[in-house]
Design a binder for this molecule. Structure first.
Ligand code: C2E
Ligand code: CA
Ligand code: CA
Length: 654
């Protein structure tokens, strides 16, 4: 325990050290690069030195000074050539190399210049030549020292290399004036050293703090563009990427925006808690990262929405990518020992095919996603221009549905189901109608799916059942009422209780209520469904299997659940597809019904011929426009009164 804590402390210290090192390396590079800035000042200095030496040589006639002049020229030219080949802006040139090249050039130049000035003293040329060269050399030394304060060792090295030969020559000659010069220069060096170091510190600190704040700014920007749960880009991050990519977009390049939404993720969060939900999101993010093609960006838009944005060849490639996403996400997923089934819906739009700018691209893929969800989830939908109109209507319906019950815009209509032998009403099926003040009558096919999508179906369904039960309580005892239930309504917590309450409030015998469910309810094996059916059938409520023949038509659940009726879908009874085959199917189902003691209802009967056909095939009950459309409750009551009136003379005769 103790030793591991020590190791960690060392590691921490090392990591701090290494980050400081990288910081100082960057600062050092910036400082070294100051050596290479303003090459003009270098050139002027070099020119001055060369020109002054040439004049000194000419005036004094000393040959050795000509040699010095040539040497200075060669060094100055070599430095120019070297600095042209090396630039601190080129990252491949190492800082050390930059520094070394500068050092060699600077030191040799300074030493030669100082040497020439020393020679003018040692050779006892004229006073003016000496003044010229001493002034030139010391000015150069002081000037360069200030200029190169960013690298104090180089600066001080240059100053010393200029001064030392002059000081040596001054000592060698030993006159009073030259000894005073010696002392002057001796004092100059520490004075310049302290100035240089001060300048250096200020320079270093300001570069370091500029570095630090630039790095902080970079870090903040990265954080602001990253989603914390998944580490993917967030909305701002994706926006940034999209704007950047727009600028580099070539003429024929297509960019795909795939909007990805996890199906029923809210249930995962609600049932298993947010920590598990977050893990699921992180795993989905990993999988999306894996399928994302090169150059693509994956982002999370809060909640359970992800976006993949990237280049594609064409629509086909976008389709391929979408199906890869489905496959990858659907792979078995385990979180905390639990295996979860994750599915996604995808909406895709392409730029420039579907949208010319980013905002439109986003809107259109979002729209495509909405359609994918409405079309039954776990699907991919590509944007098409018709989507806009449909969607506006759906969104309006969504907004208004919640208040429709309150505003009394919904009604229940009743369509009779007739006993085919006696022609008498056996049941009324309750069918909801929405009379919208502006849109007119809306069909349930239009708003029930929206109600399911938004969860309003639970409230709506309870209200429908309550109304239907109330109406039925007014009818003769042998007439029952059938109510359609959506799978989502059944799976909602407290679903059975809603129905039991409706029965109690209407004071209706549970035997007189029949619940119509479709096969889709049994597609995923759900414990809640089985419990719901068991609870209610134990109280006497009956169940009918609706729209039989349109789904899986598996006989498995007919066996395992207590259905009292099977309703053969209307596409087998009327319409373009009716023929020998459908007739044979109805016969088979009717045969099954009589064996299992279930009623078989033929839906969608529109003509007398169809009545004969289904009766002959063995159906016991019939429903359809031939008998009656769905009617308001008062008309349903009238139909029943008529029926009992018709009965009276017959009974009187008997
Ligand atoms: P469904 O349960 O199959 O209801 C029968 C539908 O067929 C009704 O349409 C009815 O008006 C129509 N129909 C009846 N006879 C004929 C006929 O002879 N020919 C033709 N062409 N159609 C006929 P509706 O009322 O528009 O309902 C459509 C669907 O909406 C229903 O299909 C049901 O799935 C759903 N729905 C209706 N009311 C409710 C409800 O209260 N709750 C739930 N969850 N779903 C409902
Ligand atoms: Ca029905
Ligand atoms: Ca039906």
């Amino acid at each position: 325990m103790g030793s591991s804590a020590t190791i960690n402390a060392i590691k921490r210290r090392l990591s701090v050290r290494s980050s400081q090192d990288t910081l100082s390396a960057r600062v050092r590079r910036t400082l070294v690069s100051t050596l290479y800035t303003q090459p003009a000042s270098l050139a002027i200095g070099a020119f001055n030195g060369v020109a002054s030496t040439a004049i000194a040589a000419w005036v004094s006639g000393e040959h050795i000074l000509y040699t010095g002049c040539i040497l200075l020229t060669v060094i100055a030219m070599a430095r120019v050539v070297a600095s042209l080949g090396l630039s601190p802006d080129q990252t491949h040139t190492s800082t050390q190399k930059l520094e070394l090249v500068y050092e060699v050039g600077a030191f040799s130049y300074a030493f030669v210049l100082g040497g020439i000035a020393a020679l003018t003293i040692a050779l006892q040329t004229t006073a003016s030549v000496e003044v010229l060269m001493i002034a030139n050399a010391t000015c150069y030394g002081v000037g360069i020292c200030a200029r190169n304060a960013g690298r104090p060792t180089i600066a001080m090295g240059q100053l010393c290399l200029v001064c030392f030969p002059i000081m040596a020559a001054a000592l060698y000659i030993g006159s009073l004036a030259l000894l005073a010069l010696f002392v002057n220069m001796l004092l100059l060096i520490p004075a310049m050293a302290s100035i240089t170091l001060n300048v250096f510190k200020v320079l270093r600190d300001s570069i370091a703090s500029a570095e630090t704040s630039a790095r902080m700014a970079d870090k903040m920007q990265i954080l602001a563009r990253t989603d914390v749960v998944t580490g993917l880009a967030n909305r701002a991050g994706l926006n940034h990427v999209m704007v950047e990519s727009m600028m580099g977009l070539k003429g024929d390049q297509q960019m795909a925006l795939i909007w990805i939404d996890l199906d029923r993720f809210k249930e995962v969060n609600d049932l298993l808690g947010h920590p598990i939900g977050d893990k699921v999101l992180a795993e989905v993010a990993n999988r999306l990262r894996e399928v994302a093609p090169e150059g693509a960006t994956v982002a999370r838009f809060g909640g359970d929405e992800f976006v993949l944005y990237g280049p594609v060849e064409d629509r086909r490639e976008a389709e391929r990518l979408a199906s890869e996403i489905h496959i990858e996400v659907m792979r078995p997923l385990r979180v905390d020992g639990r295996s979860l089934d994750v599915r996604v819906s995808l909406g895709v739009a392409l730029m420039p095919d579907d949208a010319k700018d980013i905002d439109t691209l986003m809107q259109r893929s979002d729209l495509a996603l909405y359609h994918a969800k409405v079309a039954g989830r776990s699907q991919t939908s590509f944007f098409n221009p018709n989507m806009t109109r449909d969607l506006v209507r759906r969104r309006e319906i969504e907004d208004e549905l919640r208040s429709a019950i309150m505003r009394d815009e919904l009604s229940i209509y009743f369509q009779p189901i007739i006993h085919l032998e006696t022609g008498k009403i056996h049941t009324f099926e309750a069918l909801v109608r929405w009379f919208h003040p502006e849109k007119g009558e809306l069909r349930p096919d239009e708003f029930i799916p929206v109600a399911e999508e938004t969860g309003v179906i639970v409230t709506l369904g309870n209200w429908i059942t309550a109304q239907a039960a109330k109406a039925c309580a007014q009818w003769p005892e042998h007439v029952s009422v059938a109510v359609n239930l959506s799978p989502m309504q059944i799976r909602a917590p407290g679903a059975a209780l809603g129905i039991i309450n409706a029965l109690r409030e209407a004071n209706l015998d549970p035997h007189r209520l029949e619940l119509e469910v479709t096969e889709s309810l049994f597609v995923d094996d759900n414990h809640a469904t089985a419990a719901f059916i068991e609870e209610l059938s134990s109280r006497g409520v009956r169940f009918a299997l609706d729209d039989f023949g349109t789904g899986y038509s598996s006989l498995g659940y007919i066996n395992s659940f207590p259905f009292s009726k099977i309703k053969v879908d209307r596409s087998f009874v009327s319409g373009p597809n009716v023929g020998k085959k459908t007739d044979a199917i109805i016969r088979a189902v009717a045969e099954l019904g009589s064996q299992l003691d279930m009623d078989i209802v033929a839906e969608g009967i529109e003509t007398i011929d169809q009545v004969h056909a289904v009766r002959e095939a063995g159906c016991t009950l019939g429903q359809g426009y031939y008998f009656s459309r769905a009617v308001p409750d008062y008309l349903a009551a009238m139909l029943l009164t008529q029926e009992s009136d018709d009965d009276k003379p017959a009974r009187a005769q008997a």
